[in-house]
Write a new protein. Structure first.
Length: 374
């Protein structure tokens, strides 16, 4: 039973749900903080207990980052696992729809249902899907390799996030996993700039259809030029305009080779880097976000700071891999602290298996009311 439509950043562009025409969504754990974004309304609804499950879309982190900020589970499936038929595109080569839930069983159930092959989306693969629930019953990680970033302790990330990663690694090790060091230098260095070239380029192209003629907001005008200008100028919010400007620039004749082509090359290097890492590890255990939920309004004047919130999630989209974020602990100020698990393409099962062992040790996510309202 669908009980509501959740708030989000306009066209899924944002990391704090402050760019919504409906106003901001607040983090249920601390109303002065952002819930993350862009699918912040979905994450907040599940954390607040309004609904046991919700859907979101993830182009660069918009399921996993708000899930981490709100202390719930959020899964971005492999690119091509879930049909995007009916989803308004932000950046078609990156977007995926995925579930939010307070426990892994609900998450796996929703994944099972939404991951049916679909002829209406040419990017949705026709592969047989496994029974995702079966991965939740395993009690050991014997013979399994969990990779972590060798330099995570020296990265500029919140101490509480580092502690959560260490704690989750220990749980995996106690369950029999071999813990191995990995490095992702290309993703760390080029992931963000590469994404902030490719995603706006695709967005500027797909949002061109919002010209006031057929789709969305339209303004009365004397002639066609005025119709375009007023409809697009008045209809799009500031962040969407910023992305359209960046995207149009990097696709222009002077920007194409310098920016867009370079970003496509960098994307291939990110893909290759993950391929190599997954020759050694079955699953990667990474931070979900560099920081805990930040204050509303704190970063709105500095878009680059907001973009940094997706440092650990964006490379996963660039490579088309599945990623899940989950709560591991609470900070000293009572905010949820999450981690992220990433695996090879179509190996959501490996993520669920690892996550279920961590879930058994730390307990399922709770609502702000404490209990489980299901
Ligand atoms: N925060 C990122 C952005 O603003 C990712 C958004 C998303 O995943 N939809 O582009």
């Amino acid at each position: 039973m669908v009980i509501g439509k959740a708030n989000m950043d306009e066209f899924a562009m944002g990391s704090s749900t402050e760019y919504s025409a409906f106003g901001p969504t607040l983090n249920p754990w601390d109303l002065s903080k952002v819930p993350g974004g862009s699918s912040g309304g979905s994450a907040a609804s599940v954390a607040a207990g309004y609904a046991p499950i919700a859907l979101g879309s993830d182009t660069g982190g918009s399921i996993r980052q708000p899930a981490a900020f709100c202390g719930v589970y959020g899964l971005k499936p492999t690119y091509g696992l879930v049909s995007r038929y009916g989803l308004v595109a932000f950046a078609s080569s990156l977007d995926q729809i995925g579930p939010f839930a307070r426990d892994l069983k609900d998450l796996a159930l929703v994944l099972q249902i939404i991951s049916e092959p679909d002829d209406c989306d040419a990017t949705c693969v026709r592969k047989e899907r496994p029974n995702y629930l079966e991965f939740l019953n395993e009690s050991s990680l014997e013979g399994f390799k969990v990779g972590y970033l060798s330099d995570y302790k020296s990265l500029e990330i919140d101490e509480e996030v580092k502690k959560a990663v260490t704690e989750a690694l220990k749980i995996c090790q106690d369950a029999g996993a071999e813990i191995i060091e990995v490095e992702l230098p290309i993703s760390a260095r080029y992931g963000l700039p590469c994404y902030y070239t490719i995603a706006p380029a695709e967005a500027s192209s797909s949002l061109a259809r919002f010209d006031g003629v057929r789709y969305g907001f339209s303004v009365e005008a004397e002639d066609l030029q005025e119709l375009y200008q007023k409809s697009r100028g008045g209809g799009f919010g500031p962040e969407v305009k910023r992305r359209i400007l960046i995207g149009t620039f990097v696709l222009s004749s002077s920007g194409y080779e310098t920016y867009y082509l370079q970003a496509q090359k960098a994307r291939q290097l990110v893909v290759k880097e993950f391929d190599e890492v997954f020759l050694k590890a079955d699953v990667l255990l990474l931070p979900a976000t560099p920081t805990l939920p930040f204050k509303r309004g704190e970063k709105i004047l500095d878009p680059v700071k907001v973009y940094m919130a997706d440092l650990f999630t964006i490379p996963v989209n660039l490579a088309g891999l599945p990623g899940l974020s989950m709560k591991v602990s609470s900070s000293s100020s009572g905010l949820p602290v999450g981690i992220q698990l990433v695996s090879k393409k179509f190996c959501e099962g490996d993520i669920l298996k690892t996550a279920s062992i961590i879930e058994r040790a730390v307990g399922p996510a709770t609502t702000i009311m404490g209990g489980d309202l299901k």
